[in-house]
Design a protein around this ligand. Sequence first.
Ligand SMILES: C[S@@+](CC[C@H](N)C(=O)[O-])C[C@H]1O[C@@H](n2cnc3c(N)ncnc32)[C@H](O)[C@@H]1O
Length: 309
Amino acid sequence: MKMEIMTNIFLGDSKEKLKLLSDNSIDLIVTSPPYADQRKNTYGGIPPDKYVDWFLPISKQLLRVLSPTGTFILNIKEKVMEGERSTYVMELIIAMRKQGWLWTEEFIWHKKNSYPGKWPNRFRDSWERLLQFNKQKHFNMYQEKVMVPMGSWAKTRLKKLSDTDKIRDNSKVGSGFGKNISNWLERDKAYPTNVLHLATECNNKNHSATFPEELPEWFIKLFTKENDTVLDPFMGSGTTLIVANKMKRNSIGIDIVPEYIEMVRKQLRPVEIHFLEPKGTYEKIKSERRNAVCRAKYRNISSKTYSKS
Ligand SMILES: C[S@@+](CC[C@H](N)C(=O)[O-])C[C@H]1O[C@@H](n2cnc3c(N)ncnc32)[C@H](O)[C@@H]1O
């Protein structure tokens, strides 16, 4: 079966460029905006006390373009200023809820390879937030696509089941959740936790803050199916788009820096024709690409601008 997979890249400010997209047209947004006051030298930094005001017009557009069954994953982390964690992310969550978003879940990205260091009053920062927002309580979620091997836990814990483990054990805190552990006895796969253990990307993509490919890949598997559309309004080196394209999802990226647009354009064709292939093909492409990326040095990027708007 033949399938056309489209990639659209826009040069400019997301606040404006998002207005070009149709209502309810996006199935998944995965993005990492500039964090407050960080990377000023590369692409500017927004002061923490201005962050919410800066982000809300963008999230208003994201709310408009996201399909009612779609999901928005926002990677962000507040930094330490004058010995204290800033609160702008919490303020942003509250403001986005007032804007109409549901704050459905918070995943943790555990950065397995964070640099060692010594600070007088804290330890090294090894995790970032992956906030999940939705428009409604019922959204598309393909949980079976991210199942993990049951692992050694099954061999130890499941062998010694108590009587409570064999019946549905309702939560003692009245959350309405319950579990019957014996249901998992014969299974070799389990649903994952909300912690993603991923190494940060090796610094070789001509961009200072790239996602590891496994990060968008995991959310694309979980929240979309082939031929759906994925948006990254702060595209950077285009990791989200490149992964989406390989996974046969349409993708849209926006970035304000012409060099990043050019870099991504060189790696992606606007229309790719895919033929449905046996499962597992993406895993093979991914490992081949990782080897190639880690060996090769990128060419110098010209500052020619490119926009499909
Ligand atoms: C943290 S980086 C994203 C990195 C990306 N996840 C990757 O894997 O390469 C944030 C990006 O947002 C872009 N950016 C900053 N302000 C923007 C704006 N107002 N509109 C669009 N892009 C913007 C920056 O140029 C930068 O590339």
